[in-house]
Design a protein around this ligand. Structure first.
Ligand code: DP6
Length: 374
């Protein structure tokens, strides 16, 4: 089976930028509504460092989440004639949100070559998240992917016979131009992004569903997100990625991420959970080590982040369970564990870890299947 899948993955075609420029669009449609819900994702191998045009410096892989998601609806109306600038309104949780508009305008500018119809319609964008905006959970992955999917749904209605494969790939391609990690939110349960010799069909331009066999232990994997610090991000992702330019350890880090991808492919297949834990926790700590050793330097963990990590290590030792942690570019902790250990681990989380959360807040999430049309 693996051999067959491997051959299939290697034969899979790759696409280049120009493949995403539409040939002919029929823009007779003068109005419509599209809506998508798209999840967040949590990287097991971290994307940290990028080149021009949102090209990642190393490959990454993530679990797609389920509960943390953004729902976006676009109502579009044809303009009388092609405009010279983008015309849109933005509502966040029902209220106009002017401060989000520059980010969307930047995104539209980046994608206009691939979505030329954007200057022909006025858009009313309504968006909301399942998680609180100030939770410290990045909404860029779910938000940008939900928006890209809505735009793809528009494009689909202007096109004949668009394949689902093309739809997903271009949605991921566009999402990446909004926020790198967003390209890993279209599909599930595991998505890989970034060119690597370990996966022939991998691409720097879009994420692909992980093409190899996955051991059942990773089915329904849990991610309980502990909200340690809900404040504004101390380092924006743009600034963070920039810190990798001229970073003394950059070249080794990028190579390590690729080596770890090679390792995790085998681990995901064999179900070697001990090795999985080793790779995932090392990736999380390396991400933070990169921040601590860049210039300017940052410590994004809080004392409670460390208390949680130590408590997880102690519990794992004594309980013989397979709970582990990963981190994003912040103080919150993602606690990962398999379905068959959920009762034991969740009791531990509630009793020992939740006291370290700001206002006792946490989010129960789980590995998910990707975005959904509403
Ligand atoms: C630490 O995708 O937020 O979460 O491309 O600048 O929008 P931009 O960055 P972003 O970076 C995410 C970094 C990370 C690791 C990861 O998700 O792989």
């Amino acid at each position: 089976m693996t051999v067959l899948k491997t051959i299939f993955a290697q034969r899979e075609y790759s696409m280049i930028e120009t493949d995403f420029i539409p040939d002919t669009l029929n823009l007779d449609k003068d109005h419509g509504i599209v809506q998508y819900t798209s999840p967040s994702n949590i990287a097991l191998i971290k994307y940290w460092g990028k080149l021009e045009n949102q090209i990642p410096a190393n490959p990454s892989i993530s679990f797609t989440l389920n509960a943390c998601s953004t729902t976006t609806k676009i109502e579009y109306v044809k303009l009388g004639k092609k405009a010279s600038d983008f015309s849109f309104d933005l509502y966040f949780e029902g209220l106009p949100k002017e401060e989000f508009k520059p980010k969307i305008t930047t995104f539209f500018k980046r994608i206009i070559t691939y979505m030329p119809f954007l200057l022909e319609y006025r858009l009313s964008i309504h968006t909301s998240n399942t998680f609180p905006h100030s939770s410290g959970i990045a909404s860029s992955a779910s938000g940008m992917s939900a928006l890209a999917l809505c735009l793809m749904e528009m494009e689909r209605s202007f096109t004949k016979n668009m394949t689902d494969d093309y739809f997903d790939r271009k949605a991921s391609f566009l999402s990446r131009l909004g926020s790198g990690s967003a390209c890993r939110s279209i599909n599930g349960p595991l998505v890989q992004w970034g060119k690597s010799n370990f996966i022939e069909s991998s691409s720097d331009l879009y994420g692909i569903p992980f093409p190899y066999d996955v051991h059942p232990i990773f089915n329904n994997f849990h991610d309980t997100i502990l909200l340690v610090d809900k404040g504004e991000k101390q380092v924006s992702s743009t600034v963070g990625h920039d810190l990798m330019h001229g970073h003394p350890f950059a070249a080794n880090r990028f190579k390590q991420a690729d080596d770890n991808l090679g390792k995790i492919i085998g681990v995901l297949e064999s179900g070697n959970i001990k090795e999985f834990i080793n790779i995932v926790e090392s990736e999380a700590l390396t991400l933070h080590a990169m921040m601590m050793t860049s210039n300017p330097y940052f410590i994004l963990m809080k004392p409670n982040t460390l208390s949680i990590i130590n408590a997880i290590w102690e519990f794992r030792e004594t309980s013989k369970t397979h709970v582990c942690f990963t981190l994003d570019a912040g103080a919150n902790v993602h606690v990962l564990y398999p379905e068959n250990e959920k009762d034991k681990v969740f009791s531990f989380i509630k009793e020992k870890l939740v006291p370290f959360c700001q206002n006792g807040q946490y989010i129960c999430d789980q590995i998910g299947q990707g975005a959904k049309k509403k």
